[in-house]
Every structure is written in C-alpha cells, then in structure tokens.
Design a protein around this ligand. Structure first.
Ligand code: RTP
Ligand code: MG
Length: 161
C-alpha cells in the first residue's frame, strides 16, 4: 500500500519564569514525548524583548501583566523537533488557562506545572509562520532557512491556487 512519509518539523517552546527553575524536569518530559531538543537558551528577557516577542497581544488587557510576568525571571527557550511538532507541542502543553488544563488535560504540562491563567508554565508557537519568527527571535540561523523556504514555496502555492 501507500506509505506515508512523516518529515520532521520544528517549533519554538519556552519554559516560562514560573517554571524555569524546574527546566530539567520539564525537558525530560518533553524528550520522553518524542521531541528532540535542537537548541536551548536560558535568558532573562528585558521589557522591550518580551514586548516584541508578544507583540500580537499589544493592546489587550492582559498585555502588561504578561510582560511583567515574562520579565520576572529567566526563561528557557527551546527549539523542538518532531513530526508535526507545532501541533504536537501545543497538545503536550494543554489549554492556555491552567484551570482548564487541569480539567480537560490533566496529563498536560500546563496542568502539571501551571499556576494560573498567566503563569501557565510553557509557551508554544501557534503556526508555522509564528514558529519561524519566534525561532529567529531566539536562535537566528535555523529559521532564516525556514523563512527562505516559505518565501520560495509561497509563489508556487499561489500559482496552484
Ligand atoms: P503562549 O502564546 O504563551 O504559548 O500561550 P497561548 O498561545 O496558549 O495563549 P495566548 O492567547 O497567545 O496568550 C499568551 C499568554 O498570555 C497570558 N495570558 N494571560 N490572564 C489572562 O487572561 C491571560 N490570557 C493570556 C498567558 O501566559 C498566555 O500563555
Ligand atoms: Mg500564543
């Protein structure tokens, strides 16, 4: 029969300040779930850096609280690889709000390590375009390649449509 080729995909994860003290434990869970950690960087974000990273939320009522939280201690940024990594990582994290994660996905990382709706343990890119931007933000090189690929295939996709 037909064989399905599952190619690896990369996504950008962060272990947020509320949980970065337990990074080794979280990374062990991430690897046990089949992800390869391609790159890792611990960093204390500045207010401008956190504001740039979460620019899509600028103007929302939780923005200032989010930036305060994300600059309250170091974060651990991770470049993760696995087939279907973007979706798989969002699934392993669970719902955004810790309370919802505990109810609906008790085995998820946010259920296990989250504190409340803001201090929710981890971040994950929500799309390929976000993953490319966020991986470039943290690690530069690998993403430039992804963005180049996207720029190359976009015209082809338009032509097909
Ligand atoms: P993330 O970007 O961190 O992976 O989280 P997400 O996609 O699941 O959720 P998003 O809507 O992008 O929100 C970004 C982060 O902002 C904080 N937040 N707090 N207090 C609140 O109502 C509230 N809403 C969002 C969370 O830290 C959330 O992960
Ligand atoms: Mg998000």
């Amino acid at each position: 029969g037909a064989s399905l080729v599952r190619t690896n995909e990369r996504t950008l994860a962060m272990i947020k300040p509320c949980t970065s003290g337990r990074a080794a434990e979280v990374i062990a869970e991430i690897e046990a779930a089949g992800f390869v950690v391609c790159a890792k960087k611990e960093h204390q974000m500045s207010v401008p850096q956190a504001s740039e990273f979460y620019a899509e939320h600028d103007g929302k009522e939780f923005f200032k609280g989010l930036v305060d939280f994300m600059t309250s201690g170091p974060v651990v940024a991770l470049l993760l690889e696995k087939p279907n990594a973007i979706k798989e990582w969002r699934a392993l994290m669970g719902p955004t709000a810790t309370s919802k994660a505990k109810e609906e996905a008790p085995d998820s990382l946010r259920a296990k390590y989250g504190t409340d709706n803001t201090k929710n343990a981890t971040h994950g890119s929500d799309s390929f375009v976000s993953a490319a931007r966020e991986a470039a933000f943290w690690f530069g090189g690998p993403v430039l390649a992804a963005e180049k690929t996207l720029a190359m295939i976009k015209p082809i996709v338009s032509e097909l449509n």
